[in-house]
Design a protein around this ligand. Structure first.
Ligand SMILES: Cc1cc2nc3c(=O)[nH]c(=O)nc-3n(C[C@H](O)[C@H](O)[C@H](O)COP(=O)(O)OP(=O)(O)OC[C@H]3O[C@@H](n4cnc5c(N)ncnc54)[C@H](O)[C@@H]3O)c2cc1C
Length: 344
């Protein structure tokens, strides 16, 4: 869809880069008309909508490029690592080619560099390096802060951006320190390793992204060091996985939402305080969503009839879209009756 008021834009793939055996980067070309909409801050992500086996699914991928450091032609690069049995990640790795068009939402996200003078310690695990390298490149260009990266991978072959990191290190040896932790050589990172690697940089800001257990261990290690939580910033790649409500929901107040999704209309009763997303999932529909915390924009739909109140908006939707009737369904509460349409 190319509609300017919709959340998705068809972007041409300029380049596909084989990073490792199981990860590829996709570089998007941004036409002049969309340059303003695709401005971003290091650490933010794009939501891609792809069709896999007849189902359209939306997934978020962090920008591994950095606006201040990379040339315009490669400034919108995401890196997708295969997940075992994962639908979108394998489809993207298998099918996306230069010249293809992919539906992409403008950048969003809150995992961004805070303006401070203290050192920065970055913890990246596997594909979690994507927003981390973006932040690293921006911090190098826009600050004089010392930076340490602790980067964990299964083995040497699975290190994404190995050469790019080596080049950054050799160009800035006085500013950066990079520690590679390989499971097959050093074992898994544990809290003691975190404490040891942070060492005297306990006054730093900490940015963490990686698999759930890795982030948990890093948080534990930082907790052992007494680091205050307001200096710890975390990007979670896993969706919250909120279970679909199975206990009966009281819908006796007669609230109803008509939902148009993938060309099909469904009438869904809504409980007191229940969001449109929750009601849709409870009714067996498969609407797109990711963060469920009002910042990713993946669950956006347009209200075409009735009143819907949005509980929160943490940047997932902009004022122009709100004025055009779009809402975040993870935050949308139906007042009485409403009709919403997910983007075609
Ligand atoms: C803000 C953000 C940024 C992100 N950035 C990146 C990035 O830069 N790079 C990157 O590679 N990823 C990133 N991700 C993760 C990415 O969005 C996807 O979650 C990831 O690619 C997996 O999607 P998938 O469709 O391949 O897997 P899915 O099909 O969603 O499956 C995920 C897992 O669930 C299991 N599963 C699927 N269906 C079922 C079922 N019915 N029952 C039981 N298990 C099931 C699968 O086996 C698989 O292990 C990011 C996520 C977020 C939220």
């Amino acid at each position: 869809m190319t509609s300017l008021d919709g959340p998705y834009h068809r972007l041409r793939v300029a380049e596909v880069i084989e990073e490792t055996d199981d990860a590829k980067s996709i570089v998007f070309e941004i036409p002049d008309a969309l340059c303003d909409r695709f401005v971003y801050r290091a650490g933010q992500f794009l939501a891609l909508r792809v069709e896999v086996d007849g189902h359209r699914i939306v997934r978020c991928y962090s920008l591994a490029s950095a606006p201040e450091a990379d040339p315009r032609e490669t400034q919108h690069k995401v890196t997708v690592k295969r997940v075992v049995d994962g639908r979108a990640s394998n489809w993207i790795n298998d099918h996306v080619r230069p010249g293809d068009e992919v539906e992409v939402m403008p950048p969003t996200g809150l995992f961004c560099l805070r303006e401070r003078e203290t050192p920065i310690v970055l913890f990246g695990g596997g594909s979690g390096i994507t927003p981390i390298i973006s932040i690293l490149k921006t911090a190098l260009r826009t600050t004089s802060r010392l930076i340490k990266l602790v980067y964990a991978n299964r083995n040497d072959r699975s290190i994404i951006f190995k050469d790019e990191l080596a080049a950054l290190l050799s160009a800035n040896p006085e500013r950066i320190e990079i520690v590679h932790r390989l499971d097959d050589v050093h074992g898994f990172v544990d809290a003691a390793v975190v404490v040891q690697e942070v060492g005297v940089k306990a006054d730093a800001d900490f940015y963490i992204c990686g698999p759930g257990p890795f982030m948990h261990i890093v948080e534990q290690g930082l907790g052992d060091l007494g680091i205050e939580t307001d200096r710890i910033f975390i990007e979670r790649f896993e969706t919250p996985d909120t279970p679909i409500e199975t206990t009966p929901v009281d819908t006796s107040q007669g609230r109803v939402v008509m939902i148009k999704l993938d060309g099909k209309e469904s009438e869904v009763p809504v409980g007191e305080g229940e969001t449109i997303l929750a009601a849709a999932r409870r009714a067996g529909l498969e609407p797109p969503f990711a963060c469920e915390e009002a910042y990713c924009g993946c669950c956006m739909a347009k209200v075409v009839e009735g009143d819907v109140e949005m509980l929160e908006n943490d940047g997932g939707i902009d004022q122009r879209q709100i004025d055009d009737g779009w809402i975040l369904t993870c935050q949308g509460i139906v007042k009485d009756r409403a009709r919403v349409e997910y983007p075609d």
